[in-house]
Ligand binder design. Structure first.
Ligand code: B12
Ligand code: SF4
Length: 500
């Protein structure tokens, strides 16, 4: 059977964190089309360029499919040269965000044969089924013999319940499970109906999987891998409140922990409480800014109040809120930075720290990515300039901590000032968090609250317990809490000297 090598290039400076599901779905279609899909996961295996070249040569395959983000352009250029150096006739199909949004550039600057635009499931199966006449396939771009870029008509979108389950076994499982533990990431939906200006979406048209299809895959994962939890890689995992409650029922039934990305205007206190009860442990949300003016400019369609309620409600019900924050959006100034500081102080929320695994926020520098409205705007204004050079700079993504790696500065600040402002904002938020965490009053309030909680649980369960032994348990618990409080007081002077 002819092999198709499916390649995942490295994500510079990142360890593996999620199974690359897009290429997994493509592998299923490749196998269905009568070929043998083999995954070359350069990212997870951390392969050197020599090792990659050796494996490409050993594969003896003639067809290569590559999944590529805009930030992987640099590596992609090298990879294509390496594949074509082995044999000029090797056939290269690119899919993912880079070829979707910049097929023109990819085709002109590299020897890629076909760019798949957007969702690739139906496209790859049609393409492989008719390789001699592949230019007839919908949803692709290629260069014709007049050296022109040709884009074929749009491909139809797949019904998500027609998708086969994710072939996790095709990836270097050990590398992934070593990091992910007994958990996997999966997809519940495709697409997102919102239009945030900075967002670069690969797949259009919001579609959801039926709960029955999802349940079948989860049961399969429990049976095969004994998974204990799942994390959704969706752009928008919970599309409505109703859907949220349906998921709660499912996870409670399967006894799995879960988490994913949500919109703060969809999940309210009542839903969050039900989610917690059903095993939800952490939720990510694009809070983006503490300034309503900036949120509106981003077309985020959320309010500062909704963001605040989300964080506070998550904390109240015991879900870990995981906040994404964008610093340096056009219009960011001293007053919007102050609004963000005020926001995080009020939310009592901490910025990231290497040794602190509690709640954290991810602060990225506002960066126009191909496929986003922001990118088109700045490209059309001539600010981005040479797109290929711009992409080469984008390799490290935009969670960068060094001004020399800045891809684009959208503010009126100089690069150094922008970075210093970001650092000082994070420092202020952290100092506020630490001081409050360490203050005796705050800890005392927490102690009283915990004791009250313990007692309420005891009183609620009183009829079910043996009165005396129940009382003994609660006394032991309260004593333990006092002991912990005493240790905290003893260590307080050390804690206060901690530096961020
Ligand atoms: C998981 C993930 C990651 C993982 C990557 C894991 C991996 N190896 O894939 C990690 C954490 C590393 C990551 C990092 C980043 N990510 Co990310 N990530 C995602 C996420 C949440 C899920 C991807 C996924 O599984 N999608 C589901 C599958 C079904 O869709 P798909 O991957 O697009 O695949 C389909 C098509 O694209 C196509 N296709 C894809 N590959 C191929 C290959 C072939 C041969 C064919 C034919 C078709 C094809 O067919 C697939 C099936 O239909 C997406 C959001 C999303 N839900 O898509 C963002 C997303 C891909 N990430 C994005 C961004 C911005 C980043 C970062 C730049 C963030 C940052 N601040 O630094 C970094 C990149 C860092 C770097 N240096 O490379 C953007 C991409 C923008 C762009 N233009 O490149 C997305 C779309 C989020 C968004 N809406 O903005 N990310
Ligand atoms: S940022 Fe989130 S909500 Fe906004 S368009 Fe992108 S995926 Fe949708």
């Amino acid at each position: 059977m002819e092999k198709v090598i499916l390649i995942i290039p490295p994500h510079a400076g990142r360890t593996v964190s999620e199974f690359p599901l897009g290429i997994g779905y493509i592998a299923n279609q490749v196998n269905k089309a009568g070929f043998e899909a083999e995954i070359l996961d350069i990212h997870a295996l951390n392969l050197s360029s020599q090792e990659v070249t050796d494996r490409l040569k050993q594969s003896k395959s003639k067809i290569f499919g590559i999944s590529v983000f805009s930030t992987q352009y640099n590596y992609y250029v090298w990879l294509i040269k390496a594949i074509k150096a082995i044999d000029k006739k090797n056939f290269i199909i690119a899919g993912g965000p880079l070829p979707t949004h910049q097929y023109d550039l990819v085709l002109k600057k590299t020897e890629t044969d076909v760019c798949v635009i957007g969702e690739g499931d139906i496209t790859i199966s049609q393409l492989l089924a008719n390789l001699d006449n592949y230019k007839q396939t919908n949803g692709i771009a290629f260069i014709n013999n007049k050296d022109e870029v040709v884009v074929t008509p749009k491909q139809k979108l797949i019904n998500l319940d027609d998708l086969e389950f994710q072939p996790y076994h095709l990836f270097p499982e050990k590398n992934y499970f070593k990091i992910l533990g007994r958990g996997v990431n999966i997809i519940l939906t495709r697409g997102c109906p919102y239009n945030c200006s900075f967002c670069s979406k690969t797949i259009t048209g919001l579609r959801v999987r039926s709960i029955a299809h999802l349940e079948a895959e989860l049961r399969h994962l429990i049976a095969r891998y004994a998974i204990k939890g799942v994390r959704f890689s969706d752009e928008l995992a919970i599309t409505s409140k109703n859907r949220g409650y349906e998921l709660c029922d499912l996870f409670a039934k399967l006894r799995l922990t879960w988490g994913g990305q949500v919109r703060v205007d969809i999940v309210d206190y009542k839903l969050l409480k039900a989610m917690k009860k059903s095993g939800c442990v952490s939720l990510g949300a694009g809070v983006e800014s503490g300034s309503q003016r900036i949120l509106d400019k981003m077309n985020k369609r959320t309010t500062v109040k909704q963001n605040m309620d989300f964080i506070l409600n998550c904390k109240k019900v015991g879900i870990l809120p995981w906040v994404q924050f964008i610093f340096g959006y056009p219009g960011e100034n001293d007053s919007t930075i102050q609004e963000s500081i005020k926001f995080f102080k009020k939310a009592h929320y901490a910025p990231p720290r290497p040794d602190y695994v509690g709640q954290f926020m991810m602060t990225s520098i506002a960066t126009p990515l191909p496929g986003s409205r922001l990118y088109t705007e700045y490209r059309d204004k001539g600010i981005i300039g040479d797109e290929s050079a711009y992409l080469r700079k984008a390799e490290k993504g935009y969670y960068i901590s060094d001004p020399s790696n800045l891809i684009c500065n959208l503010t009126d600040y100089s690069n150094d000032v922008l970075f210093n402002k970001k650092k000082s904002m994070e420092q202020t938020i952290w100092d506020n968090y630490r001081n409050r965490e360490n203050s005796i009053i705050f800890r005392l309030i927490r102690l009283i609250r915990d004791i009250l909680e313990d007692s309420t649980i005891y009183i609620k369960n009183l009829p079910l317990r043996q009165g005396r032994s129940g009382l003994l348990i609660i006394t032991k618990k309260i004593r333990a809490r006092f002991r912990a409080f005493k240790t905290i007081l003893e260590n307080r002077s050390i804690l206060l000297k901690e530096k961020f």
